[in-house]
Design a protein around this ligand. Sequence first.
Ligand SMILES: O=C([O-])CC(=O)C(=O)O
Ligand SMILES: [Mg+2]
Length: 547
Amino acid sequence: MSGYPVIRDPSLNRGRRFTSEQRNDNRLVGLVPSGRPRTLSEEITRLLTKLKPLPTLLRYEMLMAVLHRDEQLFFATAQANLPKVLPMIYTPAVGDACVNYSDLEIPMRGLWIGIDQKGNIRNILDHWGETAEVVVVSDCERILGLGDLGAQGMGIPVGKLLLYSACGGIHPNKCLPVVLDVGCDRDDIRTSENYIGLNQKRVRGPEYDQFVDEFMNAVVDKYGTTCLIQFEDFGTRNALPLLQKYRDQLCCFNDDIQGTASVGLAGVLSALRIDGVPSTLKEHKFLFLGAGSAGLGIAMLIVLALVREGIPEEDARKQCWFIDSRGLVYNGRANVTDAKRPFAHEVPENVKGVADKGLLEVVRALEPTALIGVSTIRGAFSEDVIREMAARNSRPLIFALSNPTSKAECTAEEAYTFTEGRAIYASGSPFAPVALPGRETKLVPGQGNNSYIFPGLGLGVTISGARHVPESMLLVAADTLSKLVDEEQLAVSCVYPDLNSLMDVSAHIAYAVCKEAKAQGLNEKPVDHLDVKTIRHMMYEPGRGEM
Ligand SMILES: O=C([O-])CC(=O)C(=O)O
Ligand SMILES: [Mg+2]
């Protein structure tokens, strides 16, 4: 391509960075102003300076505009500044963006497939017209911890796929974001005049199931059996059944269940290496606040990790306990759904007596070593609760994983302050390091977000051409992530690697996933020639060599 089409193609356009030579060779003279060509690093600095004073939504709008004009600038900026840029395009900003999506001034990106289009999905995929290797699909019933946002949830599939490129090195042209618009149960959203989605209540039951099924088949028909489909932010009632239905049939996984599980387990495995924390998994007791897809996913993977250590599954499950909206889940309680039943244990009378008395009483009765927040209830880990954990554990694990920041069960500062700095804290959305009086170094909260897992997992799955995503891939991803946490991180109580190293992390995870694909006989492509370095070099990194 040459001339004006180059300027209009975001993957080719370099704007004012085109060198004189490029301008001459590609008929671009006159299409860019005649002044001195800028360098990439100059433009990155300028962009970050511009973004800094802007409020969240304006930042988001500006970044989306850059993305649609100049992919090199967008991704090079992100890749060179991940800790700074991720919160602007991903959690927490993407939460705000979704809430306001209908009113944003942003280019449309992705496919909205309305339930009114049933029977026509395969044709709609042709409208996208590009190849796809990774599809992130949401019905937006549970966007982060913000609930049902209807078709406005598109920010999430878009954001996840931006991370596939920025952190996992998968080319943006191979990424397809999809919203299945089956309606919205929030009247205020769907009846608002400017709403981008269908003004109807959510379709449920057989019609919903058929619609999702039509979509899954259409993706396979168009993009093949090795196209990875990531389920994202479905409501719990659909998330688990959909995963169970398709996991052994197609190449798919659920990020909220399995990605979160893998990152959660990785954080726990890292914590085992910290002095004062019981050093084997089997010595721990996990209490989950919230029994949705994230909590159940983490518990199921912990059980798998325990079974791997030789613990009988029955006993392994007893190390995980759940509190849902009705209190502690136990055997014999009313309203225990099938999904929670494996974690409904026999309890003595004293525990039964406090089951509905709130988190503090349950912590006293059960004496967990780890508290995992997946409830989306800000403040649920109150000062009393945190102090109780600190009284019973020399280094309590306190993970407040709900997103975005406004939904975290407690802040980093609360966890550290109420435990005199002894808590091993992680959160789903970012918190800044915390200085405590009398301590020389700051404590660094780890971001226990599935963004440490899914980009590398997806990269490994696509490179190996894996036909399925077995649970063992999530297990090796967790092992790999945990091993990348160095002593320096652990010394400041951080159980995840530095965010700046996310592209390297993804390369390591991808390599582990490729090996696992081969071990399970699932790879359609050869993987024996691969190593971490080769994979790292294959990754999309549009600023490489230009900075
Ligand atoms: O998107 C995130 O930050 C993590 C996630 O999947 C969720 O909270 O649903
Ligand atoms: Mg999610």
